[in-house]
Design a protein around this ligand. Structure first.
Ligand SMILES: [Zn+2]
Length: 152
């Protein structure tokens, strides 16, 4: 269990990975920024965060799949730092000790888009799928800066 978002959970590969109060703070910062940028009048995103599961991974993952990079260009094989597994489960590489340097915020945007508008928008700012805008990319950067300010 993660404090504040009571039904949120995380899976950690070992006890070096993030203590739950840090993950909770990261979720709170994400939600603070999301509301500031996009609102959440129907509480869809809040509901999602209340039941999200974050699976932290010790190593980067290589996948063979069809996807898109940040510019909307197709890729076939990639080393990834994070991925959406289901509507409520994200896998995130733990990086080197700071949540701010992981793709947690990025993956949270994907599943929050899914919860609020029905698509994860896998091509980001590309135009095959709608949803992800430059504001979402900006929001992630601001949320990460806030994490850095808390040194987490
Ligand atoms: Zn993505």
């Amino acid at each position: 269990m993660i404090p504040f978002f009571h039904r949120a959970t995380q899976i950690v590969p070992d006890c070096q990975t993030y203590p739950k109060h840090k993950t909770a703070l990261a979720l709170m910062i994400f939600y603070h920024k999301w509301q500031e940028y996009f609102g959440d009048d129907d509480y869809k995103v809040k509901e999602l965060l209340n039941k999200v599961m974050v699976k932290w991974g010790r190593h980067l993952r290589t996948i063979e799949a069809r996807g898109f990079n940040l510019h909307g260009e197709p890729i076939t094989k990639a080393t990834i730092q994070g991925i959406v597994e289901t509507d409520t489960i994200i896998w995130v590489w733990q990086a080197y000790g700071k949540i701010s340097e992981t793709s947690l915020m990025h993956e949270l945007v994907h599943i929050s888009l899914k919860a609020s508008i029905g698509t994860t928008d896998p091509d980001h700012e590309g135009h095959v799928y709608e949803g992800w805008t430059p504001a979402h990319t900006r929001m992630i950067e601001e949320a990460k800066d806030m994490l850095r300010a808390f040194n987490i």
